[in-house]
Ligand binder design. Structure first.
Ligand SMILES: [Mg+2]
Length: 300
């Protein structure tokens, strides 16, 4: 049996809270807060599935609570339903504009409360599901980290079964923080997209995977590839990125944007039992490539 969803009810009037709680507590786990700060503390500690939020509260009103929730990364996507006064169209409109998913006006009708709560929990579950299916990094168009992790786990098992080697290139843009500081974040994003395209363009085999690992880090996973070929590929990647000639005035390495690469190869099940070991080794070699002066590769 699945756990009932937890609903946080926020209202300064306890009789309102009791009334709402009675409507919902047979189908949901109900949590209550009698002020904005209390609501933020509870939601921040353990984000509920949905929040019913009174607009009119002394001290911190519903709008302020909603804004503060949007500032907390763990609470940003929680559906919030505003509870407004009867016929209070101004607050209804303002609430929706501020990011509430819906409103319920007082005096509340139990059937309406149940229906709206149920609708928004269902919508939220669907949008979460859709998001989890997305496997492309929107900035670079490369495979994202989540999909890479899944692919790595599968390839690891596949190579383990056949005794094939699995090779990983861990790539980092040299002095990218300095680039952002000097040229700004928009230019930084454009730089990431161009570097990603240059890296992606160097791989043609359908079973090679190039992904954005995070920030300015990229990974390439190459099944059944011998080390001499991988090393050559690494040099080609360094040349391709430097060949873009993206100016990087503040880089101590070169006047243009460059990359460093750590390479690791393992036979899964033989050299290690966990794909994380492959990532760790590539990451360690990347660190060595950087400490040796960057714009180079290290294969240990
Ligand atoms: Mg109130």
């Amino acid at each position: 049996m699945t756990q009932p969803a937890r609903i946080l009810i926020v209202d300064d009037a306890t009789d309102n809270i009791e009334f709402l709680a009675r409507i919902l507590d047979d189908a949901y786990e109900v949590q209550i807060a009698t002020s904005g700060p209390m609501a933020l503390e509870l939601a921040g500690r353990e984000p509920p599935a949905l929040i019913l939020l009174d607009v009119a509260m002394p001290g911190m009103d519903g709008y302020q609570v909603l804004n503060a929730l949007r500032e907390l990364s763990q609470c940003r996507d929680i559906p919030v339903i505003f509870i407004t006064g009867h016929g209070d169209t101004e607050n209804e409109t303002r609430g929706l504009e501020a990011g509430a998913v819906d409103f319920i006006s007082k005096p509340v009708n139990p059937a309406v409360v149940r229906a709206r709560v149920n609708t928004h929990l269902t919508l939220k579950a669907k949008s979460d599901q859709l998001r989890s299916l997305v496997s492309i990094d929107s900035l670079t168009g490369l495979t994202n980290r989540r999909r890479f992790d899944e692919f790595l786990a599968l390839e690891w098992l596949h190579c383990q079964r056949y005794g094939w080697p699995l090779t990983l290139l861990f790539i980092d843009i040299d002095y990218f923080k300095l680039y952002n500081d000097h040229y700004g974040h928009l230019a930084g994003d454009a730089c990431l997209a161009r570097v990603a395209a240059a890296i992606g363009g160097q791989f043609g085999r359908s079973h090679d995977l190039v992904a954005r690992y995070g920030g300015e880090e990229f990974v390439c996973l190459l099944p059944q590839c011998d080390m001499a070929k991988v090393r050559n590929k690494g040099y080609e990647l360094c040349d391709a990125v430097a060949g873009l000639r993206i100016p990087h005035e503040t880089s101590p390495t070169a006047p243009v944007v460059t990359i460093s690469i750590g390479i690791a190869a393992m036979i899964p099940g033989q050299d290690a039992n966990d794909p994380e070991a492959l990532v760790d080794l590539a990451d360690r070699n990347l660190y060595i490539a950087k400490s040796q002066g960057r714009n180079r590769l290290c294969d240990g």
